[in-house]
Design a protein around this ligand. Structure first.
Ligand code: SF4
Length: 1016
């Protein structure tokens, strides 16, 4: 197959089907790249911002949206200090389907260009002005979880968290609460295993929605000032499944790869809701796909148990069984191999020069030889020159080896243009010892041949004819076909292998790093933490070390526990809980399970930042017990904008800013093929209370004051060094972020802004009040960037012909690092090849085999209107869709005697009490499955009443949300619907904690099965 595009379509369903409310309605046209004022009107613009002018009392700020994590630009319209409207930023490629207005378009001209955002962003004003928003810090005034709080003065809050003490003695709790100060010690946290790190690791800081900017700020506090290893994100619940597939394919170099929406001819979508919830967002990716589909330039198919809205435009809907995407992908791989629909020309190129010569984007290791010899010390690793000749030294010793056609002995992969793909042999080393080897491709083929196509079809529940048709289509477009996989493709136990198989499809057609193929984002413009100011180095800091409480990126075999068990039993296995040496990380679920089980050490101080694990984690209800237990969580500080289902158990809640007022950030693309840095700066003044010295109460102010109270390095006087040897204070958020912005502008080589632009920024942007932090020439370049909401490069800037120049350096259809890792519970080595591995519990028992009394598989999804777990304050979305339903196929409804609107209880093995909701009969779900939208069934955020002393002061709504008894009034509308995570299956064999994949720590979203009972 040539790398040139071949438009050979084999599917039967090529006609355009109109979808009500789908992404076609979200399409926008392209503004003129040069003259914004001449931008043509496109009738498909439906979410237009009115042309915006900076009139008296009204100002306009370009920033970056955080209503979801997609990072679109926004244009906030602020009237008399209040955010009244949000639209898109026409300089930002996400808002303009990759064709923004030219970067040098003057700001005033740009204001006439309409640019869309999605419905979630449009609800921002409703969200941020919710009367239930917290303004002032709270301290618990009753038992954990009782919902009783009282305001606490800022100096007292800082002292109590920093120093600890008998903080709740007045409530009858006779325990000493540890403060952060007690953790500042280099003594080992476990004297019997110093490799776990120091007592500093007793601080566990779990972050929910966190992006670059605040990430660096929080890491500075946790990792450099305190010195804890435990700043742990929530990548696992965000979508670790598909990321683990890309992690294995790229050998950890990148996890955000997707089909190029601008130039792909065919996209195969696995578990991605492209018209409703994706990164890039629906007004970017979904809109581009819909428009190109309507124009006849793109076809796509959807593999998902639920027919997403995009399925109406798809060539095929493959209604795959939940958790069985790997079987579908391996079936396609087998079919492509057996029907000679793989790109042999590409795969047989064994080195970068050969790949380049043939016009492809990146080396694939398919032809490289792997040692398959259990007796060999390097079994599972690539055969290298040194394995054959130990006398070799230097770089040549590390050369991987290949066979050429008719070659009797392997040769260096660098010494030939073409190597054998399918080869198995016994080679002899220098001493004559035999070594069995196979090519990486051969190993993949053996994994694909493990099941015949008919078996795969039964396992994944997709008809064989449809699998063959889609495999044929996928392999009919040269390098302009790729996969877009997302949350559904691998977010379950053993999901790493499913997502790896899905990712490997791209390698087999040679589309990785190719225009129209499988691409990473192109990174940012300018370096935020270096250049003019060194924001990375903290003088006097201790390097955080040891093992994370989640055990992510840690090797079990290096632990004292392993050595002890090995001495006692000879094997060293099983570990008490799984360790995850091969993972992208961000394992908040295993962090909480570790806290619960006090493994591998107990936590002392827990911070949760915009993180609601009880609600958001599948099976998170289990952690209510953990958070309520002061032995497991001695001190819990939550930073959030609300009292939610999780921080109702906290000892202190510190109010934070919304993204409209803070969350300074520099946001690089998830999008294939793009390079930019979006800049988020406040659109309005903070809505939280102020400290006695006038700073807004928020994350940054809290961490600065805790660090300075404890005299920790990194914050306070002279904490920041500049490139000329000067030092600068870090006393407020802007001291850090404005200097980071100056670094970015300098790194991107931006020229100074025009005087009119500087005046425009200074009149409109709240950040301008702090411009004195920077010298005027730096402020000028920062103004140029702020005026445009970031720095953006054109799509074509990163391509050399058809080859993407910023992508991966190697594609791994065999991953030797993965093959070198052992399952920490069994001691068995993982496979280095993609394969179908049935979802199973930690004991290896297949999930299907143990759920016989629970016939329906549960799948969850995000709605196009709603914003993650915080959506219930989004008034427009709630008006349109105020609750979710239990979506069930009509055939299942008939069998159970159910009709739309009937109330049912869903009961799982782990939750026999079950959860209740209303039935929605729909043919858009695979029979045997139940689909439930996330976002609903809340008890926090104002859904239940709270006792908060002086509540009129504590909440933004003041007296409006306080009843006659002084309690926070509950709004019953917030509690409607049901939360599917409340019925998720737990792992009975590991402390009844949520189930996770044993390779990467992926939480399980797809193995829960339920019984459906009608409620009278
Ligand atoms: S997809 Fe919507 S909510 Fe998400 S960042 Fe973009 S505009 Fe905001």
């Amino acid at each position: 197959m040539s790398h040139q595009t071949r438009h050979v379509f084999t599917v039967s369903r090529r006609h355009f089907i109109k979808a009500g409310g789908a992404a076609a309605a979200l399409c926008v046209g392209s503004a003129s790249p040069t003259k914004a004022a001449e931008a043509p009107f496109d009738p498909r613009w439906v979410q237009q911002a009115a042309a915006t002018r900076q009139t008296p009392g009204t100002r306009t700020v370009h920033s970056v949206c955080l209503a979801c994590n997609a990072r679109c630009g926004v244009r906030g319209v602020v009237q008399d200090g209040r955010l009244v409207n949000i639209s898109g930023n026409p300089y930002h490629p996400y808002n303009m389907q990759f064709t923004p207005i030219a970067y040098d378009t003057p700001l005033d001209q740009s204001l006439a260009v309409p640019s869309p955002v999605c419905g979630k962003a449009l609800d921002t004003p409703q969200h941020i002005y919710s009367p239930y928003r917290l303004r002032t810090p709270l301290k618990r005034s009753g038992p954990r979880g009782s919902g009783q709080f009282e305001p606490i003065a800022w100096p007292d809050l800082i002292r109590e968290i920093a120093e600890g003490g008998a903080l709740f003695q007045h409530l009858g709790e006779n325990r000493r609460v540890p403060g952060i100060g007690e953790l500042i010690s280099d003594a080992p946290i476990d004297p019997e295993d110093p490799s776990l790190g120091s007592k500093r690791n007793g601080l566990v800081f779990l972050t929910g929605r966190l992006q670059s900017g605040r990430k660096e700020f929080i890491d500075r506090f946790v990792k450099q000032s305190v010195g804890s290893r435990n700043r742990i994100g929530h990548t696992d619940i965000c979508g670790l499944g598909f990321r683990m597939g890309n992690f294995a394919l790229s050998d950890g170099k990148a996890v955000e790869l997707k089909a190029d929406p601008k130039n792909a001819d065919y996209i195969l979508v696995f578990g991605a809701n492209i018209y409703e919830a994706l990164q890039p967002g629906i007004n970017t990716y979904g809109a581009m796909v819909a428009r190109r589909r309507a124009d006849g330039k793109l076809a796509f198919s959807i593999a998902d148990p639920r027919a997403t809205r995009a399925s109406a435009h798809a060539s095929d809907w493959l209604a795959v069984k939940p958790g069985k995407d790997g079987a579908l992908a391996m079936a396609m791989i087998r079919w492509m191999m057996e029907n000679d629909r793989i790109n042999r020309d590409y795969l047989s190129a064994p080195n970068p020069a050969a790949v380049k010569k043939r016009g492809y984007g990146v080396l694939c290791n398919a032809s490289h030889l792997v040692i398959c010899d259990p007796g060999h010390a390097d079994d599972g690793r690539f055969l290298r020159a040194r394995h054959l000749d130990p006398a070799l030294g230097g770089d040549a010793a590390e050369d991987r080896m290949v066979f050429t056609r008719d070659g009797k002995m392997p040769i260096s992969a660098l010494s030939t243009d073409r190597a054998d793909l399918e080869r198995e042999a016994i080679v002899k080393d220098y001493f004559g010892n035999p070594i069995r080897v196979k090519t990486a491709y051969q190993l993949l083929k053996e994994a694909a041949l493990a099941h015949d196509l008919g078996d795969y079809a039964v396992i994944c529940g997709v008809p064989l004819a449809q699998i063959e048709r889609v495999a044929g289509e996928f392999s009919s477009h040269g390098t302009r076909a790729a996969v877009t996989q997302y949350h559904g493709a691998g977010n379950y136990v053993n999901g790493t292998y499913a997502a790896f198989a899905v990712a490997a499809l791209n390698a087999l057609v040679g589309s990785v790093n190719m225009k129209g193929g499988y691409l990473t984002g192109g990174g940012g413009c300018g370096k935020p933490t270096g250049g003019l100011y060194d924001l990375k180095t903290v003088a006097g800091s201790i390097k955080a070390g040891g093992v994370a409480i989640s055990r992510e990126k840690a090797v079990y075999e290096k632990s004292a526990e392993y050595r002890r068990k090995k001495d006692q039993t000879g094997s060293g296995y099983p570990a008490r809980r799984p360790w995850f040496a091969f993972t992208k990380g961000g394992l908040c679920v295993e962090a909480l399970s570790g806290i619960d089980q006090q493994y591998p050490y107990p936590a002392k101080v827990l911070f949760t930042y915009l993180f609601n694990p009880v609600y958001s984690i599948p099976g998170g209800y289990r952690f209510k017990e953990t958070l309520a237990d002061p032995d497991k969580v001695p001190l819990h500080v939550s930073i959030d904008i609300a009292v939610n289902e999780s921080n109702i158990y906290a000892d202190y809640i510190v109010p934070d800013l919304s993204f409209a007022e803070g969350h300074y950030g520099w946001l690089t693309p998830h999008a294939p093929g793009l390079s930019f840095t979006g800049i988020r700066s406040p659109m309005i003044e903070p809505l939280t209370d102020k400290t006695p010295d006038g700073r807004p109460i928020c994350t940054e102010t809290l961490l600065i004051d805790l660090a300075t109270h404890l005299n920790l390095p990194g914050f306070g006087k002279a904490a920041i060094a500049d490139a000329n040897g000067g030092r600068h204070d870090l006393l407020r958020a802007e001291d850090f972020y404005l200097r980071a912005f100056a670094n970015i502008a300098a790194g991107a080589k931006l020229p100074p802004a025009h005087p009119g632009e500087i005046a425009g920024v200074e009149a409109a942007y709240p950040l301008a009040a702090h411009k004195a932090i920077l010298p005027s020439e730096q402020w000028s370049t920062v103004c140029r960037m702020l005026a445009r909401g970031g720095v953006f490069k054109p799509y074509d800037a990163l391509f050399d012909g058809d080859v993407f120049t910023k992508g991966l350096t190697e594609v791994h259809v065999y991953n030797e690092k993965l093959a070198g890792v052992r399952n920490s519970l069994t001691g068995r080595r993982f496979s280095g090849s993609p394969a179908y591995v049935a979802p199973a519990d930690t004991q290896g028992v297949e999930m299907d085999a143990q759920e016989k009394h629970y016939p329906f598989a549960v799948v969850t999804y995000k709605s196009r209107l709603h914003t993650q777990s915080r959506s219930l304050w989004s008034a427009i979305a709630m008006e349109i869709q105020g609750e979710n339903r239990v979506e069930l196929h009509p055939a299942d409804c008939r069998r159970l005697g159910l009709a739309s609107g009937d109330r049912v209880r869903l009961v799982s093995k782990s939750n026999p009490e079950g959860i209740q909701g209303k039935i929605q009969s729909t043919a858009l779900i695979r029979p045997g499955c139940v689909a439930i939208a996330f976002h609903f069934g809340h008890s926090g955020f104002g859904a239940t009443a709270l006792s908060v002393r002086d509540g009129k002061r504590a909440f933004l709504g003041g007296a409006d949300v306080i009843d006659a008894d002084g309690r926070l009034k509950a709004d019953p509308a917030f509690g409607k619907g049901l939360n599917p995570n409340d019925v998720t299956r737990l792992d009975d064999t590991l402390g009844r904690t949520p189930m996770v994949d044993l390779v990467g720590g992926i939480p399980d979203f797809s193995s829960t099965r339920v019984r459906i009972e009608k409620v009278a």
